[in-house]
Design a protein around this ligand. Structure first.
Ligand code: FPP
Length: 252
């Protein structure tokens, strides 16, 4: 006899949340601290938000840690960020394992220091079987570069005789996942959060955010906590997502 579950999941259960973690530098400067102190505080916030995301039942969380344009920052800051990311992956992968969080890294790998590449491989292997949350950290990530690369791969497939009618959104999503080193395509972003007061996408998941709800907050990333995440989720729940259709009332 089959039994039907009576558990009602909240509307945010299993959703994909992307976060542009902005404001580390300004948070530090406003306290008379070096920018590196802001990045260290940013790692602590990321850790707390991952644990909050598990509690909130979020399915996928993508954090923008280092954009391909961030290479233009002063070399000492770039080097310090690379070291911080390597150390964080090392320590956080253990916490991820304890919390059932699968950790994968999206973005280019060929320009990263070898030690960071090794830390990525290790973190991904250690957490591969975790299922409570899929945490994706974007490092050396450019959405536009990814789209260009995926288009190039598709052109190569056409040249090898793949029919042009194979260019579906699903197929393009698979090519995009491949170029960003994603194990497989993720669901579209449901909610995109940006801290730090700016209101722009900064080349982050442009394809996946086609129908994302956008949430901007003036809180600097190190100040963002579980209460702010809950507030963003409540705002998300209050929005009517129409995906190009008409309001539910008009449709009935
Ligand atoms: C933005 O602050 C943040 C970054 C450039 C990314 C670095 C983020 C971390 C180190 C925290 C997350 C870490 C992990 C492991 C997921 P900013 O420097 O752009 O700040 P500003 O706009 O105030 O200058």
């Amino acid at each position: 006899m089959s039994r039907t579950s009576t558990v009602t999941l909240p509307p945010t259960s299993g959703i994909h949340v992307g976060i542009i973690m902005d404001g580390n530098g300004r948070w530090a400067a406003s306290r008379g601290l070096p920018r590196s102190a802001g990045h260290h505080a940013g790692v602590r916030t990321a850790r707390a938000i991952v644990e909050s995301a598990v509690r909130a039942g979020i399915g996928t969380l993508t954090l923008y840690a280092f954009s391909s344009d961030n290479w233009s920052r002063p070399t000492p800051e770039v080097n310090a960020l690379m070291r911080l990311l390597r150390r964080s992956l090392h320590t956080e992968s253990k916490r991820c394992l304890e919390n059932g969080v699968r950790l994968t890294i999206v973005g280019r790998r060929d320009r990263l220091p070898a030690a960071l590449r090794a830390a990525i491989a290790d973190a991904e292997a250690v957490t591969a079987r975790c299922r409570n949350l899929h945490l994706r950290v974007a490092i050396d990530y450019s959405s536009r570069d990814g789209i260009l690369l995926a288009a190039e791969r598709y052109a190569q497939q056409i040249a090898r005789g793949v029919g042009p009618d194979s260019l579906t959104r699903e197929h393009f999503g698979e090519l995009l996942a491949e170029v960003h080193h994603d194990p497989r395509p993720v669901r579209d972003v449901d909610l995109l959060i940006r801290t730090g007061g700016e209101q722009r996408l900064s080349d982050f998941m442009l394809w996946e955010c086609a129908y994302a709800e956008l949430y901007f907050t003036s809180a600097m990333w190190p100040e963002f906590g579980e209460d702010e995440l809950r507030q963003a989720l409540r705002t998300f729940e209050s929005r009517e997502r129409r995906f190009g259709g008409v309001p539910a009332q008009a449709a009935s």
